[in-house]
Write a protein that binds this ligand. Sequence first.
Ligand code: FE2
Ligand code: FE2
Length: 411
Amino acid sequence: MKCKLRVTDVSTGMYVAELDRPWLESPFLFQGFTVESRRELSQLRETCQYVFVDLERSRSDLQSRIRRQAVLDRGKPSQTVQEEAPPEHRFKAIKRELARALDIREKTRQYVDVLMDDARLGKHVSVQGVKTVVTELLDTILINPSASLWLIQLREKDHHTAQHAINTAVIGMIFARHEGLDRDAIESVGMGGLLHDIGKVKVPRSVLHREGPLSEDELKLMRTHPEQGLRLLEQSGGVPEPVKRIVVQHHERLDGSGYPRSLVDRQIDSLALLVGLVDLYDAMCGDWPGNPALSPHRALAKLRREEEKGFGRERIERFIKCMGVYPIGTVVRLSNGAKGMVVSHNRTSRLKPVLMMVEDPRGTPYRKRPLVDLAGPRGSSGAEWQIESALDPAEFGEDKIRTITTTETIL
Ligand SMILES: [Fe+2]
Ligand SMILES: [Fe+2]
């Protein structure tokens, strides 16, 4: 049962099933979520006047209160919307969140590098270690999905594999939450995302880093990585079954075109399909031998065009909705020729995000990168600008993107 409550009556532990406006016009990436922090609560209060709370999915000790409040609400006029925080406060908060995300990213990357080295040397994978990292990532996601998407922006060449593992875990958990999965399933997706390609440590480096097409034998070797990964995890012991299924099935596709077993439809674990989709998306956004990186915006369009048979149209549509029209990290060209990178989605419209400006209309880089809100009030900078197009990393310059996404430029 859904109960209409004023936002001032919502508390942590309640499951918000609907807002008083479309989800895309809100800062929330998840269409339906349990309020878990004060921060989420205040975001909710800044965005809406009332929401619909799902009684059964809310904490049991809150249910009678929800019933009471919902009844009380009928007779009362709705409250006026609170004023949005002044832009300079919001921008400060965004910068703080990005800096924090960068810290976590660095720590996680170091951990994953060690994990890969250990696996390469034949040491056991510490399940507890992976779980701890995933829990920390998940906490970041729950507090601020926008900032946690910033975790995935740095694509350094030497840490390519580690970064891809982190990206798959982070985006996977965000999508899993958007799909309404419970905490256990979201954690499995995180662990599976982090470990999905661990079997590649058994594939010769000459094959992994080959530029140009692989020979038939090399391709066969490459395609052993899901089963090699499963073997590795079985030797380590204690890895939950859903995580193992994700690792061994992440290249299976609904139409049977995947590997290693050419499974079809229901034979494939739904979490493995979810991770498979996210894995492919992140691979498209990264620069791999023979495949130049696409902008997140174009990668989503390509998934929609080419991957329907592999993952199912609805799953892909839901993923696109989850990532937003211009995913965080997309470099866009504005109507006046200036360029900026999407750093935060906006509560008023996903088509008008907050940008970190990187080049002025003449192409001169900004030394201090200003933040601009395309949905800002009339007369503010950015309010008259519109996004003209999303740029692929090669079009804008991979090195320039790397410079933008380092700590120094954000602080
Ligand atoms: Fe893989
Ligand atoms: Fe992968």
